[in-house]
Design a protein around this ligand. Structure first.
Ligand SMILES: Nc1ncnc2c1ncn2[C@@H]1O[C@H](COP(=O)(O)OP(=O)(O)O)[C@@H](O)[C@H]1O
Ligand SMILES: [Mg+2]
Length: 303
């Protein structure tokens, strides 16, 4: 098997119990890969360990066992090759929106002149619709949605090889969310960037991803399935719902979240196995079979 751009191997995270006793095993022996340039979303119920996986990918947290290799190099700490957008927009409060973005760009390109840094930063703030003076305000003077747009601009502006997004659009109104989803797709499709994004919005996941990883509930959560979204691009939010594959994928995701994520929870029988690849849009017969059984059906396991 050829190596993926990102190889997650035997990844385990345990947190010590507050009063001694059994530690909390969030996930154990997770194995999966992400290809270069792929857009991957991960979905699972709150508390299953999505943010923990992302923090380990970012190099901000360490696994208890196992590890991650990106581009042939072990992930062992934060790096400008990996840009992160958190759920709670972590901006530097004493800097304006523009200076928050410039701070990252300057770190990425120390050889650039001040005007290069400025223009590059402005361009990304414009992309997320922060202009007309708003870029000179400090985080406390911006709405939640605006702050989130600044953190998105900051992450995009450093053009990392891997963009890590932890429910980045949750706090945005529907209109802004749609605009930024479109911008994200545009920036990603014109680059070599790989995106790993946590979302709880199944429609957002289908619109954006090449592949959706599904996690069972914790503890001992597993990345149980890898759902291939083989809907052609470019995708338009108004058109995509007319694609015959759309509701097959959507139903599959909803069914997993509503039922199988619980049924498979804590089941360590398949520990260490890579996620099962599923193509709901292609496999009609399999879909029917899945509805009649509670266990995931092995469809086409990645070789
Ligand atoms: N620093 C920590 N110490 C102890 N437990 C933690 C810590 N961080 C997360 N957890 C626990 O690990 C589990 C997974 O958390 P998290 O990765 O944030 O889940 P998700 O992002 O999927 O909602 C939860 O049960 C959470 O309470
Ligand atoms: Mg989380």
């Amino acid at each position: 098997m050829s190596k993926s751009f990102i190889e997650v191997t035997g990844l385990t995270k345990r947190f010590p119990a507050p009063k001694g006793g059994e530690p909390l095993t969030v996930f154990e022996n997770a194995n999966f890969g992400i290809e270069k340039g792929e857009f991957v979303c991960i979905i699972g119920h709150s508390g299953c360990g999505k943010s923990t996986i992302m923090n380990i990918l970012a190099g901000l947290d360490q696994p208890t066992e196992g590890g991650i290799v990106m581009g042939g190099k072990e992930v062992s700490g934060p790096s400008l090759d990996r840009g992160v957008v958190f759920q709670n927009y972590s901006l530097l409060p004493w800097l304006s929106a523009l200076k928050n973005v410039m701070f990252g760009v300057r770190a990425r390109h120390p050889e650039w002149s001040r005007s290069q840094v400025y223009e590059h930063s402005q361009k990304y703030l414009e992309m997320v619709g922060l202009t007309g003076g708003a870029e000179h305000r400090k985080p406390a003077q911006l709405s939640g949605g605006m702050r989130q747009r600044v953190s998105i601009a900051r992450a995009f502006a450093i053009q990392p090889q891997l963009l890590l997004l932890d429910e980045p659009f949750g706090a945005l109104d529907a209109l802004t969310r749609g605009t930024i989803q479109d911008e994200l797709t545009r920036i990603w499709s014109g680059s070599e960037q790989t995106v790993f994004m946590i979302t709880h919005d199944v429609d957002e996941a289908i619109l954006l991803s090449d592949r959706i990883l599904l996690m069972t509930n914790g503890p001992y959560a597993r990345v149980a399935e890898s759902v291939v979204v083989d809907i052609p691009r470019p995708r338009d939010r108004a058109e995509i719902i007319h694609n015959p594959g759309y509701y097959k994928i959507r139903n599959h995701l909803v069914e997993f979240l509503a039922r199988r994520s619980k049924e498979l929870a804590g089941n360590r029988e398949h520990s260490g196995e890579p996620p099962v690849t599923v193509r709901p849009a292609k496999d009609d017969a399999d879909d029917k079979e899945r509805q009649s059984t509670s266990r995931p059906k092995l469809v086409s396991i990645a070789s």
